[in-house]
Design a protein around this ligand. Structure first.
Ligand code: C2O
Ligand code: CU
Ligand code: CU
Length: 480
């Protein structure tokens, strides 16, 4: 604000001030990096006699010292704030037991997981206070960094913001020489912005077009964090778990690093970047190299959309004086078939906070998709910034506003940032779990927009039954 009024006063380039350049709201330069980065514990249960891995999860209220010496009311899964890092391997049979210890109903959605709709944890799978929900499925998708968070209709912002989120890592047998020692050289980074009251509680004023854009960052729930690097290369699994904030991440010295994976798994080959943009819900895995004894900041740089508001210091990397050698970065990571461009083309006009002129209706099926389909989804964003997420699917970005996406956006994804007044074209691959009565969601992952109804529902059905599929659901009791 000070910088803006200074510019206005001196009559310098009024347009610059209006554009909000200059990092007025960021935390850059204000941190001391005194807290070791918290690493969420892993939950990877030994299979039972029946071969099933069981994950007990409890949504609960807690109290957390987010800012030093101050206490905030927070929510967590199996703890006071955030949740464990769940881990499973392709082929595993997993059974979740999600108990709601909160004073209100919620859900738990497996964002990025390909599974039957009834197991998805969207707004149709509400868990009442004291209740337990027990979805079960077989993990069948390539290795990826996915995550989980609540999805109660109209309430997702608040539930995620209070701390209900965690990573869900999928491994497979595909052997790639990437750093993989969790907590040592394979590091989760859940980046979330927060606004605090003067006494250190979470400020929950979700006003404005985009809801809350906080002026402080937490990484894995850690304020003012540093990480001690002990290897010559580190893989960071970055998740933007914020409600609306978009980050452009890079290092203070502009060093080159490599993106190795996006939402749905490994890229074909490492993509060299100096910066990359990540919107809420997206994941990118990066590998960065370090030299002994160096210190460097991971930063978020101001951008030109409404959901970026300044320069931020994210995490200080402090390299030990001796680093254990890491594997060389492989030239090739995965075989990615070229995107299949289906013949069905659907258009989604994002206007204000509606999709094709409609708000979410829990009882309306917007789209019926045959199992295993490939479709083209065209997003036409005519107003302000959104980011678009589709449950269950894996998609490839064919083009962004008519141009080829950068290399690191050419892999498998489930969420894409669509800045205001731009278009995106996606080649979407749907799964094979048919269920005509239970919908999956597609929506804007700016949580205030989702809560306002910027969401639609699709069902996956046996091919040939599209026309006979009912387009309405009775949602009287939240179940079919
Ligand atoms: Cu990450 Cu429908 O959500
Ligand atoms: Cu999702
Ligand atoms: Cu939006």
């Amino acid at each position: 604000m000070r910088r803006r009024s200074f510019l206005a006063l001196t009559g310098l380039v009024a347009g610059l001030a209006l554009a909000g350049c200059g990092g007025a709201d960021g935390n850059a330069g204000a941190l001391t990096f005194r807290n070791p980065l918290r690493i969420p514990p892993v939950l990877d249960p030994v299979p039972g006699a029946d071969g099933v891995k069981r994950y007990p999860l409890r949504l609960q209220e807690g109290r957390t010292e987010l800012l030093p010496g101050k206490t905030a009311s927070t929510w967590g899964i199996n703890g006071d704030h955030l949740g464990p890092t769940l881990r499973a391997k392709r082929g595993d049979r997993v059974a979740m037991s999600v108990t709601n210890g909160l004073g209100e109903a919620s859900t738990l959605h497996w964002h990025g997981m390909r599974l039957p709709a009834a197991m998805d944890g969207g707004p149709h799978q509400m868990i009442q206070p004291g209740g337990t929900w027990s979805p079960e499925w077989t993990v069948d998708q390539p290795a990826a960094t996915t995550w989980y968070h609540p999805h109660p209709h109209g309430q997702t912002s608040r539930h995620v913001y209070r701390g209900l989120a965690g990573m869900f890592l999928i491994d497979d047998d595909h052997d790639v020489a990437l750093p993989r020692d969790y907590g040592t050289d394979d590091i989760p980074l859940i980046i979330q912005d927060r606004k605090f009251t003067p006494d250190g509680r979470l400020d929950e004023s979700f006003g404005g077009t985009f809801g809350l854009l906080g002026d402080q960052l937490l990484v894995n729930g850690t304020y003012d964090p540093f990480f001690q690097v002990t290897t010559s290369r580190v893989r960071f699994r970055v998740l933007n778990g914020s409600n609306a904030h978009v980050y452009t991440l890079g290092f203070a010295d502009d060093r080159t690093f490599h993106v190795v994976a996006s939402d749905g798994g490994l890229l074909a080959k490492p993509a060299a970047v100096q910066r990359f943009r990540i919107s809420p819900g997206e994941r990118f895995e990066i590998v960065a190299a370090f030299t002994p004894g160096e210190q460097v900041l991971l930063k978020s740089f101001d951008g030109d959309s409404e959901v970026e508001n300044g320069d931020y210091d994210v995490l200080k990397l402090v390299a030990a004086h001796q680093l254990s050698p890491s594997p060389e970065l492989p030239d090739h990571l995965a075989h990615l078939a070229p995107p299949v461009e289906g013949t069905t083309v659907r258009t989604f006009r994002l206007n204000g906070t509606n999709i094709n002129g409609q708000d979410m209706d829990m009882s309306r099926i917007d789209l019926v998709v045959p199992a295993g389909a490939h479709e083209i989804w065209e997003l036409d964003n005519v107003t302000f910034s959104h980011n678009f997420h589709i449950h269950e699917v894996s998609f490839r970005v064919l083009d962004l506003d008519g141009g080829q996406p950068p290399e690191h956006l050419r892999g498998a994804k489930d969420t894409v940032f669509v800045p205001g007044k731009t278009k995106a074209r996606l080649a979407v691959e749907f799964g094979r779990h048919a269920d005509p009565r239970t919908p999956y969601m597609y929506h804007c992952h700016i949580l205030k927009h989702e809560d306002k109804g910027m969401m639609g529902q699709f069902v996956i059905v046996q091919p040939g039954t599209e026309d006979s599929t009912a387009r309405t659901l009775s949602t009287g009791h939240g179940h079919h």
